[in-house]
Write a protein that binds this ligand. Sequence first.
Ligand code: DGP
Ligand code: NA
Ligand code: NA
Length: 209
Amino acid sequence: ENGSSNSGRGALIVLEGLDRSGKSSQCARLLSFLQGKGCQVEGWRFPDRATGVGQMISAYLANESQFDDRTIHLLFSANRWEKTLMERKLLGGTTLIVNRYSYSGVAFSAAKGLDIQWCKAPEVGLVAPDLVIYLDVQPEKAVERGGYGGERYERIGFQKKVGEHYHSLRDSTWKVINGSLPMESVEEQLRELAMNCILECQGKQLANL
Ligand code: DGP
Ligand code: NA
Ligand code: NA
C-alpha cells in the first residue's frame, strides 16, 4: 500500500504555528513526499492572497490599509469560506495539506483581545480538519530564524499571546511537534502523522467545524 489508493476520500491536514515556525517549508516538503508516494494531494494556504478578499487582507498585513479588528477577522474568515472547492476536492479523493486554517483565525484575533466565542462563530460550518499539526516553536526562537518580514503581527509580544491562545484551542485532532528539532526530524514526524491520517480517514465521513 503506497497511499495512492483511489478508494475513499482525501484527508484535510492542517499545519498551524506561530509566524516563522517552519510551516511553509514543512508543507512543501510533506507535499513533495506525498506526491512521490503517488498520493493525490494538493498544497493550500490561508490567507489566500490572490482573491479579492485576499488582496484586502494582504494590504492590511502590509500596514497599507486599516480595518477594525472585527472587520478584518471576518475578512480572514470570508477568505476561508471562498474555498467552496475544498469539500469537492476531499470527496474526490484529493488530500489537502493546508498551511493555516480556522485556528489561526481564532488565535490571532483572540490575541488582540476579542472574545473567543465571537471569534469562533464565523468558522462554524467550514470543513473540519482530520488532523491539525502544530509546529511548536518558542517565539524567541522564531525571531532568531532570520527574523520577521515586517508584517503587522510579526512582533514577539504579540506572537507570545497568539501562542497562548493556540494552546487553549488544542483538541483531539491536534498533534504537537517540537518545531525546534532539526528540520529532518520534524519532517519525519510529519510524514508519519500524515500517512496514518490519510489511511485512517478514507472510511470516515467528512465533518464540519
Ligand atoms: P502567513 O501568510 O501564513 O504568513 O500569514 C500572514 C499573517 O496573517 C500571519 O501573521 C498570520 C496571520 N493570520 C493568518 N490567518 C489569520 C486569520 O484567520 N486571522 C488573523 N487575524 N490573522 C491571521
Ligand atoms: Na507572516
Ligand atoms: Na507565517
